[in-house]
Ligand binder design. Sequence first.
Ligand code: ATP
Ligand code: MG
Length: 598
Amino acid sequence: MLIRLSQLFFRTLREDPVDAEVASHRLLVRAGYIRRAAPGIYTWLPLGLRVLAKVEQVVREEMTAAGAQEVHFPALLPKEPYEATGRWTEYGPNIFRLKDRRGGDYLLAPTHEEMFTLLVKDLYSSYKDLPLTLFQIQTKYRDEARPRAGLIRGREFIMKDAYSFDVDDAGLEASYQAQRDAYQRIFDRLGLEYVIVAATSGAMGGSRSEEFLTPTAIGEDTFVRSPGGYAANVEAVTTVVPDAIPFDDAPAAHVEDTPDTPTIDTLVAVANERFARPDRPWTAADTLKNVVLALVHPSGERELLVVGLPGDREVDLKRLEAAVAPSEVEAAGDADFAPHPELVRGYLGPGVLGPNVPVAEGAERVAIRYLLDPRVVPGTRWITGANEHGKHVFDLVAGRDFTADGTVEAAEVRAGDPAPDGSGPLELARGIEIGHIFALGRKYAQALGLTVLDQNGKAQVVTMGSYGVGVTRVLAALAEANNDERGLAWPAHVAPAHVVVVATGKDPAVFEAADALATELSARGVEVLYDDRPGKVSPGVKFADAELLGVPLVVVVGRGLAEGVVEVRPRVGGSTEQVPVTEAADHVSALVTSLLTA
Ligand code: ATP
Ligand code: MG
């Protein structure tokens, strides 16, 4: 392959795009790989397409090696299958919906479980047809609330999605493992660092699920690790629940005046000032904070929810959202409080919430749903709101003085918290989700009637798995992990070319020699970008572009030619070598081979 930059459709930019917050976004735009078409929607330029094709090819090869077969579905789909599984509603505002001329409802698919299930149902009917794993590399659409960081969170993006079909649980386990292994090979081959973490299944349903995260400070996901090998997305971390405490000899709850204490800090200060206890001072951990939130259900319906948790912890909205999926969570506003005068802001306590509200006989309970952090076990004693302005109640005992509608994993996870499996204190880090594998079980097959006849001629509901890699997000993650102040620096096997040959100056002999070298390299199977732009493009501009583009080897044919040498330098690390022009093709192709086999 030989691409002449004088002919190539590309334009590099010296200035960062104003909307770009992260390096990958900035550099992919500046180097002429992508252009923004609309928020979260990008156009691919020739160089970008080359990298994309290479990433896709690695994914395709490993899927095929794992026994999956490639198919390709449309992005534009009718709503009926998604209605059958409930996802037409569950996805709420996250789906792009549209109507055809007859008024029929369609969507741009956010993921394809339904269609794969129906396709297999269409064609297969016996246990002998299974196991089966199918995949596609295809465009997905999600109307993300916050498209962000260029390709990392787009509204149109490319996903590799694979689906496995098995008759029994053991089969699903094997199919899941085969995909999991393939993912490891994909990310190993791409040279992308990854951590496999336990995950929640969210709106997808199913039993077991793991995410592949690439660690980076710009990641939107927080994950935890313990010294003993536990790793999980923070949303999947379960709290280590303390034992219940006997409360037979606990003092009765008592309401106290605590003027001007609408916050935990002010409350703790006043408690220590006026109600000091002999053994140790009160801290935020002694208070029960009740946080009012609004759940937005997929139907659009809004429901208030109060989460009670120790006052030294904040509610982590993403954890709560995972717990209440597919509903979304928002802070409660004035309009939410208005119809509920019983919610005294700053002094809210369990008394007016959930099952603690007395119900008149025969009447229906209308109280706001109240969920507790799992640490609030029976027997724990709290200072909490007395539901009256300027008053708090002390020694309010969980299980004796109040209960809740249930518990919820909504409190933030902190460094040092114990791992749920007893493997030590957790440490927190950030990452980008690049892949996600789910053991779905029978949810989709059940909803859509995918059964096969077993050995005894009995219909069995098929059990499924679903496995996604964010292909365009992986490309951005690679750009994010491989750049410096001068530009991109692709690993050789995904770079748009292996070598950029730069001809500098105006001397026709230089251009002839550079052309000959580029042609020779290309004939040997090296992928070459040849910067043959005429002499009015200065060497400085050409060097800056070569570095910005991020091709692994830069070969400069210029003034040195008079002495019979060209300059060869790696894009990162290593130093410039002067190589005799007669040996340049051998030397460079050997370097390329070693980069590709490294
Ligand atoms: P996220 O939590 O980041 O929104 P998700 O859990 O909704 O992602 P999945 O449904 O698991 O995503 O999709 C499979 C893969 O597709 C993800 O692991 C991710 O790599 C990729 N992906 C998901 N949403 C986007 C997006 N908006 N832009 C780019 N890639 C995405
Ligand atoms: Mg996911």
